[in-house]
Design a protein around this ligand. Structure first.
Ligand code: ADP
Ligand code: GLC
Length: 475
């Protein structure tokens, strides 16, 4: 597999969880998997196992390949300090690094040079997202003649269609790609080039991370201009729901929590709530802890519904609830939430930054988890929430639609609260329904128990990938 991030080495979002957990699950099924990611700043250790020469345009640069094996999965790190020894993975603040085209073309080429040079017999190459999008193109076009790649199919997983790896066409020669690729059935996209499109066109099979998102991206509303291309590949496109890694996300054995807990004993959840409230500076005594706490852990981008929350603004603390947000991303949203917290210090707390331990504590300590996404390819936090007895309030889109069952007001059956229309009113109505239900303790317990009993382990999803690899013929 080739990806731009994988836990525990580098993470900005759910891709990292998947690029780590899926290989582990495949290994448990008896497969062997190597994962190639960049050797970013901060990744140390590992043995240097090779040096490969990576041609890029008219020049050739060396990449040192380092290896670490954990949980049966070997991760190979592409070391090239000029590209990867930087403070961030993709850019500073809202600005991408200006040479991302070269950086991720280098990753793709280095991965394949490793494959060609190592003598290992790889039976399939699986690329994730636009950062690995050139892998299928190189494999099936530029390097197609090489003996090492004969009969090796490429599979692409789209984790998020909004990120397309779009660059000026003038990059082509600098990346060593032929001008003949600059057409609508290859890498060209409205006069520019798209790494993601290259991945889609040259892969034998395409997956995305939930069945509902696989349907949605073939429509103009969710296709981001790619719906036509995806419809033309619909026979080869399948949605496989992400799993979650219960070794990392299980309240019964989560080292970040003060007291472990499970479905039969929820006291640990209250201890976590107290800890979270204290850590973020919200009132935490017995009386205060009766008020429901709404948690959010998210990249602060439009995708996640932050424009809806912005419109609601001061209406949120008028509800009988407190809010805690952990996130990083666009500055305007960071500021908006800082200001909201400053205006409502007893009710809203914000923690800007990336904090893994805090994410676990909020999952446990919150009563409700809010995810009003405009679109959501899969979403992991709602699944973590279900496991932690934290009832999700989500917009019914993509993977959220596939994983959260709206509570039926007549029977009380369901695992969360969903809304359809992308509007502040619809979001507020869903939150109100949830908060009303929260007061009915037995009903709430049933909803929590239903969520905690769901099984989103990787096993069945990994089996689906394994079957797909078997069927991925040499296209
Ligand atoms: P996406 O990949 O679109 O960001 P997902 O729900 O698939 O959304 O995955 C997000 C992952 O990143 C989760 O594991 C979540 O806990 C984590 N995460 C997001 N923001 C933060 C943050 N500020 N601090 C810690 N973890 C975060
Ligand atoms: C992307 C999507 C998210 C998905 C994750 C892992 O970042 O935005 O919905 O869960 O990838 O597949």
């Amino acid at each position: 597999m080739v990806a731009s991030e994988a836990t525990p080495y580098a993470k900005t979002g759910g891709l990292a969880d998947v690029a780590s957990a899926l290989p582990r699950a495949l290994v448990r099924l008896g497969h062997a998997v190597d994962v190639v990611i960049p050797r970013y700043r901060g990744i140390t250790g590992g043995d240097r196992v090779a040096r490969v020469a990576v041609p890029l345009g008219t020049s050739i640069a060396d990449a040192d390949i380092y290896a670490i094996t954990e949980a049966g999965v070997r991760t190979l790190f592409v070391g090239h300090p000029p590209y990867f020894d930087r403070e961030y993975l993709y850019g500073v603040g809202n600005d991408d690094y200006g040479d991302n085209a070269a950086r991720f073309a280098f990753l793709a080429r280095a991965a394949l040079e490793w494959v060609a040079g190592t003598g290992e017999r790889y039976t399939v190459v699986h690329a994730h997202d636009w950062q690995a999008g050139l892998v299928p193109l190189l494999l099936r076009h530029t390097l197609a003649g090489a003996a090492a790649f004969r009969r090796v199919p490429a599979v692409l997983t789209i984790h998020n269609l909004a990120y397309q790896g779009l660059f000026e066409a003038s990059w082509l020669p600098r990346l060593g790609l032929e001008w003949e690729l600059m057409h609508v059935d290859a890498i060209e996209y409205w006069g520019r080039i798209s790494f993601l499109k290259a991945g889609i066109v040259f892969s034998s099979r395409i997956t995305t991370v939930s069945p509902q998102y696989a349907r949605e991206i073939q429509t103009p509303e969710f296709g981001f201009g790619f719906d036509g291309i995806l419809r033309s590949r619909s026979a080869d496109l399948i949605g496989i729901l992400n799993g979650i890694d219960y070794d990392e996300w299980d309240p019964a054995r989560d080292p970040c929590l003060p007291v472990p807990y499970g479905a039969s004993r929820l006291d640990g959840k209250d201890a976590a709530k107290r800890l979270v409230l204290e850590l973020v500076g919200l009132p935490a005594d017995d009386e205060d802890r009766r008020r429901p706490l709404v948690g959010m852990i998210s990249r602060l981008v439009d995708q996640k519904g932050f424009d809806l929350l912005a419109e609601l603004g001061d209406e949120l603390p008028r509800l009988d609830a407190s809010f805690v947000l952990l996130g990083a991303g666009e500055r305007r949203y960071e500021e908006l939430w800082r200001n909201l917290a400053a205006r409502h210090p007893g009710r809203i707390a914000v923690s800007i930054g990336f904090d893994e331990a805090m994410a676990h504590r909020i999952e446990a300590g919150a009563d409700l988890f809010l995810m009003p996404s405009r679109f959501e390819p899969c979403g992991l936090n709602q699944m973590y929430s279900l496991r932690y007895g934290t009832v999700p309030v989500v917009r019914a889109t993509g993977g959220l639609y596939d994983t959260v069952r709206n509570v039926d007001p007549a029977t009380g059956e369901g695992t969360g609260f969903t809304f359809d229309e992308y509007s502040p009113r619809a979001l507020l109505a869903a939150l109100r329904r949830a908060l009303d239900m929260y007061r009915n303790r037995p009903a709430w317990r049933r909803i929590q128990a239903a969520g905690m009993g769901q099984d989103f382990s990787w096993d069945s999803s990994a089996r689906q990938y394994a079957e797909l690899y078997e069927r991925a013929d040499n296209k």
